[in-house]
Design a protein around this ligand. Structure first.
Ligand code: IDP
Ligand code: MG
Length: 141
């Protein structure tokens, strides 16, 4: 099991001004923040990040949404990080997410669901590399 995952606080959560609440939940759950930035991506960059979903009917909507405003990518560290973080964020659909999960508390809909979490160690590594350069990933400090 790997010990890193990529979180992204998505544009709806940034707009709602709940960044602090979400980061607090993440650190209370025992994750360490190893890198973080306040940024945004273009639709073209989003198309690369979400390429695995290009055949899905919601792809266009997803690209519009994730490029609609600032986002906060965060590299997190914890034992079994990918699975532990997926538990903390809850189901893709906030209506189906368990109580006290980030998506249950802050998500609006299956599309507009407040936060991203990598779905495998392999994708975590790819996604971390998408947002952070090697020099930004000073994991030993
Ligand atoms: P995940 O974020 O829980 O891993 P995925 O199936 O990988 O869910 O989908 C990626 C993102 O695409 C979701 O977080 C959500 O923003 C959006 N999405 C997923 N399913 C739907 C849908 O049925 N309608 C609209 N948007 C969706
Ligand atoms: Mg996914």
């Amino acid at each position: 099991m790997g010990n890193k995952t990529l979180a992204i606080i998505k544009p709806d959560a940034v707009r709602k001004n709940v960044i602090g609440k979400i980061i607090s939940m993440i650190t209370k759950a025992g994750f360490k923040i190893k890198a973080m930035k306040y940024t945004r991506i273009t639709k073209e960059q989003a198309a690369i990040f979400y390429e695995v979903h290009k055949e899905r009917p919601f792809y266009g909507e997803l690209l519009e949404y994730i490029s609609s405003g600032p986002i906060i990518p965060i590299v997190l560290e914890k034992e079994n990080a990918v699975n532990e973080f997926r538990k903390l964020i809850g189901d893709t659909d906030p209506l189906k997410a368990e109580e006290d999960t980030i998506r249950k508390l802050f998500g609006e809909s299956k599309a507009i669901n407040a936060i991203h979490g990598s779905d495998s160690d392999e994708n975590a590594e790819i996604e971390i590399g998408f947002f952070f350069s090697k020099s930004e990933l000073i994991f030993n400090q």
